[in-house]
Design a protein around this ligand. Structure first.
Ligand SMILES: [Zn+2]
Length: 346
């Protein structure tokens, strides 16, 4: 089969479109013909190399996958069918530890991600455990490229806003850096929950698209670098209930200042760097909460997907490129020039 692999870590140039052996399945697995695979920032981190992450080379990236079942293992007892259209739940966990039993799979000590710890979807075929298969309901009408654009960012944004921040009707939610997948899913989840959503970006084009997706207020943080002051104006000096900040270092202190007393900052990343400064006086005096989150559970993904199936949350696809042009897709993502998901087609 054709796949885009890398044999060593490095820049986009290490990605190589090659012929490799088609995977075979274990008895508890199914074989997927990959229709589309969407990029995440995670792909860039894994390609460059993550400290402590040892990969079997060549590695295949790709955590967000839509496809069709072409083979089913002998011990797969559920109702999966050949030809069924599916998406892949990218989380892999042990299934037996205290966290997995509680349905908190992303806390499992052996938690891994397809495309990061295991070979992923930059390929024509992929073998996946049956428990990672999520059938796409026939009535959903969702196209397969859009389906690939959903799982990882949707489950992450759902856990951040619903499980961790417990967003409520009437809350003011500030989302820093609209344009990334988690931010866009977060915007739609917060709107569905009945919140007022304020977003920031350095790009007016991204802010315009965010407005179409339901953003109530848009701040260009190049024109308004002290955006926390604009937040005070918009909230009549109260501050917002929740800030979603996965930018990190560059925005962290302004995000903390934007919160109301007792407000929550939730984060699932630090794209500008991890060493952010926290004013401890501000933290205790305003009784703020800082909550970290990674990925989500099987249950969180399936619950969130109900809003995708019924059309409440819509995938945002920036563009679709052939798998052979994965290098170019990585360069676009490195520049942050995309609005929504970059999707590859094998
Ligand atoms: Zn576990």
């Amino acid at each position: 089969m054709k796949a885009t692999v890398f044999h060593e870590h490095g820049g986009p140039e290490v990605l190589s479109y090659e012929d490799i052996a088609t995977p075979t399945i274990e008895s508890n697995q199914v074989l997927i013909k990959v229709k589309y695979t969407a990029l995440n920032h995670l792909d860039l981190f894994v390609r460059r190399g993550i400290a402590g992450l040892k990969l079997e080379m060549p590695h295949i990236l790709g955590s967000d996958i839509s496809g069709e079942i072409v083979e089913i293992g002998s011990n797969v007892s559920n109702s999966l069918e050949i030809g069924q259209k599916i998406i892949v739940d990218p989380g892999v966990s042990c299934g037996v530890c205290e966290f997995c039993i509680r349905g908190q799979e992303s806390l499992c000590s052996s938690y891994g991600i397809i495309g990061e710890h295991y070979r992923g979807g930059y390929a024509e075929y992929l073998n996946v455990d049956a428990q990672n298969i999520v059938p796409i309901p026939k009535e959903s009408g969702l196209d397969m490229a859009g389906a690939a654009a959903m799982p990882l960012t949707l489950m992450t944004a759902w856990r951040l806003l619903i499980t961790k921040a417990q967003v409520n009707v009437g809350d003011d939610v500030l989302i820093i850096g609209i344009g990334g997948g988690v931010a866009l899913a977060g915007l739609q989840i917060a709107k569905a929950a009945g919140a007022r959503v304020i977003v920031t970006s350095s790009s007016d084009k991204k802010l315009d698209k965010a407005r179409i997706l339901g953003a109530d207020e848009c701040i260009n943080h190049n024109e308004t670098p002290e955006y926390h002051k604009e937040i005070y104006r918009l909230t009549k000096n109260r501050g917002v209930d929740i800030v979603v900040d996965s930018v990190g270092q560059a925005t962290w202190s302004r995000s903390l200042k934007s919160l109301r007393k007792g407000g929550k900052l939730v984060t699932c990343g630090a794209t500008s760097g991890p060493n952010a400064e926290t004013n401890v006086n501000l933290l205790f005096w305003k009784q703020l909460e800082i909550l970290g989150s990674t990925m989500g559970s099987r249950d969180e993904l399936r619950t969130a997907l109900k809003l995708v199936w019924n059309g409440t949350i819509r995938p945002t696809v920036d563009r679709i490129l052939p798998l052979s042009r994965a290098q170019e897709a990585h360069e676009i993502l490195e520049e942050g020039a995309q609005m929504g998901k970059l999707v590859l087609k094998p």
